[in-house]
Write a protein that binds this ligand. Sequence first.
Ligand code: PGA
Length: 252
Amino acid sequence: MSRTPLIAGNWKMYKTIPEAVETVEQLKEAIKDVSSREVVIAPSFVCLFPVAEVIRRSNIALAAQNVFWEDEGAYTGEISPAMLRSGGCTYTIIGHSERRQYFGETNESVNKKSKKSLEGGLKVIVCIGESLEEREKKNTFSILRTQIEGGLRGLTADQMREVVIAYEPIWAIGTGKTATADQAEEVHQFIRNQIGEKQGKELSEKTRILYGGSVKPDNIDELMAKKNIDGVLVGGASLKVESFARIVKFLF
Ligand code: PGA
C-alpha cells in the first residue's frame, strides 16, 4: 500500500488576480524539483483560469473551493463541475467548515456535490470535522461518522477512488491551535476504519486522508510522520510562497 502524499493550499477569499498569478509563478519556481508528492492549490473562482495558465505543464494541480450539483441551468451565481474542468481544475474542495458555517452546507448538499463532481470527472476533497463543543462533549467520532455516512452516501467503489477526505477540526482552523499529531492520527485511523467498514479494507487503505487546521512549516514534519496522515489542507500558511514551499517539502 502506498498513498501519494497530497499537499493542498486553500487560498479562501484572499488574493486578487494579479496577486494570485504572482504567487503561483513564484511557487512554481520554488517547488519545481518536487516529485513523488502531489501539490494542489485552490484559488478563488475568478483566479482559476489565470492561475491554470501559469501552472500548465508544472507539478501543481488546480482545485476549486466549491461547486454546484447541476450541470447547467438557471442557478445564478453557481458553477458546475464541467465549468471547473474547462477552467483547468482537476479537484474541488467540498464541505469546508466555513461553507457549512456561513453558507448552509449540509451533509446532504456535500453528497449531491460530491456525486455530480465525480460523475463529471472532478476529484473531490471532502472536508469533515468537529467543533470545540462537540469535542468537549466527546462527540467527535459520532459527528465524523455522520459526516462520512451522509457526505459519501451512495458513491461507488470507483468513485471512492477519486475521493480525498480532509479532517479539519473546526477549533484548529485559523486559530493557531493545531491538533497534536497524535490527536490527528487517532482520528485519521478512525476515519480509515469507517471507510473500511463501508467500502472494504483495500479501498480504505488506498484513500488519502488529509489533516487541516493551522498547519505550518514547524508542525508539518511531525504530522506527515504519522502513518494515517497522507497530506494536509493548508489555509493561512499557503498564502505565502516560502511557508507553503516548506510545507510541500516536508521531511519524511
Ligand atoms: P488554516 O486553514 O490552515 O488557516 O487553519 C485550514 C483550512 O481552513 O483549510
